[in-house]
Design a protein around this ligand. Structure first.
Ligand code: ATP
Ligand code: MG
Length: 453
């Protein structure tokens, strides 16, 4: 093959020429080659070279010592960044995470042999224009298989993250995992707990961004990874919900996750976790009816714990937890306009759209029946939009009086009473938006205060 498997930007050609002029090799490796051979776009270009990190720093004007200990330097050219790693030969991995020592090599074949899967170990020589595929990655690309390089047992014992990556690639590419690699994943779970929280969360976020995250979560369940990574979700397997549900809570959750927008990570995570409180609150009434009382409250607590565990950002944690906390609303067309406004004020305008989208996915994931209607939720979406356009006051900040006005009018001292008055006024305005007039609100505050006294 003499044509590059992927479009090579000018800045990358320049990088390769600079390496060549100093008699170094420069290979494109990893995701870009794999995705290029699959005719998929790739944004990041990983490079491998025999130049040692210090040499790379000397050769290029702008570099970042990203992972200099492991031989990785980022080269900056124009708007592009190229992660460049010196050919490596690994030593032993005694902790199941990082090799004890990395030694550099002059041979690309050593470097490809220490990579994770055959499809990730294809390299394109950017200087001599040739493809190198010693582990038959292209055959596996054709067969749509993820297969560990060499002895799967050893490869997965060396680095537990590879097991999670295998499941992630299965979702990302729609491939299956080779049976021996699958067996090796199931039989080498002991090093999973030592993987850092940040790296696992990065993988989970990549899974959320795939077309069908359910593929990864099913593989997690089948291999036993789920028990370690998300035991709370594992407990949902086999728990049968009530009503029209045909799936257990685990299958319902991963289906709901698939049915949400791909590039909205918090929404996808909330869909996966929305019923995670069900196993712990499951109960039976005297007449044998199954109940999941307050599962959204307990579910939000469990979700928050999971997200702390994985060191998710505060913004992501708060958003996902709020969505889980509020997901159990039952909209009907009988809701008055005031009820819609109250709902919006309660859940908060920042999550309202996602919350309705979550409810739609939740409803559609009750069974495989395509006829399940989410029309009423579409109607709610329309009413929410109308309410926003009408700019009704839904928060204390949009009242036509503020704390200072009330203090001055009533001769109040600042204190908790003021908060109570403002909340009362907001309540009235949500019920009847016409009350939102300066003088009228002051009069209402005075009446409230008189009765309070
Ligand atoms: P993507 O960028 O879509 O996540 P990728 O395959 O490029 O996919 P990276 O994490 O960017 O993944 O890694 C680049 C390459 O480095 C991989 O293709 C693989 O060859 C190698 N690699 C990454 N992580 C590991 C690992 N844990 N063990 C062995 N090789 C790895
Ligand atoms: Mg990559």
């Amino acid at each position: 093959m003499n044509n590059p498997p992927v479009h090579i930007p000018e800045s990358l050609k320049t990088v390769a020429e600079i390496f060549a002029s100093a008699s170094y090799q420069c290979w494109l490796v990893g995701g870009a080659v794999r995705d290029g051979l699959l005719n998929r776009d790739s944004e990041d270009y990983d490079l491998a070279t025999d130049a040692e990190p210090e040499d790379v720093i000397k050769l290029f004007r702008r570099t970042i010592p990203t992972g200099i200990k492991h031989g990785t330097i980022t080269i900056l050219v124009g708007s592009h960044q190229f992660e460049t790693t010196t050919f490596r030969k690994d030593g032993d991995y005694s902790d199941g995470r990082r090799p004890d020592k990395v030694s550099y090599s002059k041979n690309i074949l050593d470097d490809l042999a220490r990579r994770d899967f055959t499809i990730n170990a294809i390299a394109w020589d950017l200087i001599n224009n040739r493809l190198l595929d010693p582990h038959h990655g292209r055959e596996d690309l054709k067969k749509q298989i993820i297969r560990a390089i060499g002895n799967p047992e050893e490869r997965l014992q060396e680095d537990g993250l590879r097991s999670i990556r295998a499941c992630r690639f299965a979702s990302q590419l729609g491939f299956s995992i080779h049976p021996e690699t699958m067996k090796a994943i199931s039989e080498n779970l002991s090093n999973i707990p030592s993987i850092s929280a940040e790296r696992i969360w990065e993988e989970l976020k990549k899974i959320f961004a795939t077309e069908q995250p359910s593929i990864s979560f099913n593989l997690f369940l089948d291999t036993g990874l789920l028990n370690i990574l998300l035991p709370e979700l594992s407990e949902c397997a086999g728990v049968t919900p009530k009503g029209k549900h045909v799936f257990d809570v685990f299958n319902h959750s991963i289906k709901a996750c698939n049915l949400t927008e791909r590039d909205n990570m918090p929404l996808r995570a909330a869909a996966l976790f929305h019923d995670i409180g069900k196993p712990s609150v499951k109960n039976k009434t005297e007449n044998g009816e199954v109940t999941f009382y307050r599962h959204e409250v307990i579910g939000a607590e469990i979700t928050e714990r999971i997200l702390y565990r994985y060191k998710a950002s505060n913004a992501d944690r708060n958003r996902i937890t709020s969505l889980v906390r509020h997901h159990k609303f039952h909209y009907t067309e009988e809701w008055t306009d005031a009820a819609v406004r109250r709902f919006m004020a309660d859940v908060g305008l920042d999550i309202i759209d996602d919350l309705i989208a979550l409810r739609m996915a939740d409803t559609a994931a009750i069974s495989s029946d395509k006829a399940i209607s989410t029309d009423n939720l579409k109607e709610l979406m329309g009413r929410v939009k109308g309410t926003l356009e009408a700019e009704f006051a839904l928060s204390i900040g949009s009242l036509k009086v503020n704390g200072k006005d009330i203090i001055a009018f009533l001769g109040l001292k600042p204190g908790p009473v003021l908060g109570n008055i403002l909340e009362y006024l907001l309540d009235c305005v949500i019920e009847d938006p016409e009350c939102n007039e300066h003088n009228r609100l002051l009069d209402m505050a005075a009446i409230w205060y008189k009765n309070y006294d």
